[in-house]
Design a protein around this ligand. Structure first.
Ligand SMILES: O=C(Nc1ccc(C(=O)N2CC(c3nccs3)C2)s1)[C@@H]1CCCN1
Length: 141
């Protein structure tokens, strides 16, 4: 008589390294029209430039409420927002996943525009302010 044995499903952990943060570039002078001084980009991307759209459905960037449409939802890669301004403030980043069983993940990033690095000040080097983190998934979810 044949017996059926059910192997226990050993959970598999999948780790996806990501970077989130901002770049910034000074206009060179204060813009007369609105007083803005910097162009900046806030972003979420994979550490190794692979396509995070294979598991990320959309990313929300909540800017300061003085920005029009300050809750920016980005529904496709690249998951980033480019804006301009004059100051630094906290941006809430929410990452939503394709897997409906995976809860969204929230990061907080303090937008940084100013640097004392002479090479950044002179524009010889771009200003990058980014952080490493990991999205961890358990299969089956
Ligand atoms: O700077 C700071 N908060 C800021 C909030 C918004 C900023 C900005 O740059 N904005 C461009 C402008 C726009 N209005 C309409 C369309 S865009 C809004 S700056 C704080 C204050 C002390 C230290 N940091």
């Amino acid at each position: 008589m044949s017996t059926i044995s059910f192997e226990p499903r050993v959970p598999v952990v999948i780790v996806k390294p990501i970077l989130y943060g901002n770049t910034a570039k000074h206009f060179g002078s204060k813009r007369d029209s609105d007083g803005h001084t910097h162009r900046w980009t806030i972003y979420v991307r994979s550490l190794n430039n692979d396509d995070i759209s294979t598991y990320v459905s959309r990313v929300q960037f909540r800017l300061h409420e003085t920005y029009p449409n300050h809750n920016r939802m980005i529904n496709q890669a690249p998951f980033e927002v480019e804006e301009s301004g004059w100051g630094e403030f906290e941006i809430q980043i929410t990452i939503f996943f394709l897997d409906p069983n995976e809860k969204p993940v929230i990061f907080y990033h303090h937008l940084k525009l100013f640097s004392t690095d002479p090479e950044v000040v002179t524009g010889k080097r771009p200003f990058v302010n980014e952080y490493y983190d990991e999205l961890v998934f358990q299969e089956p979810s």
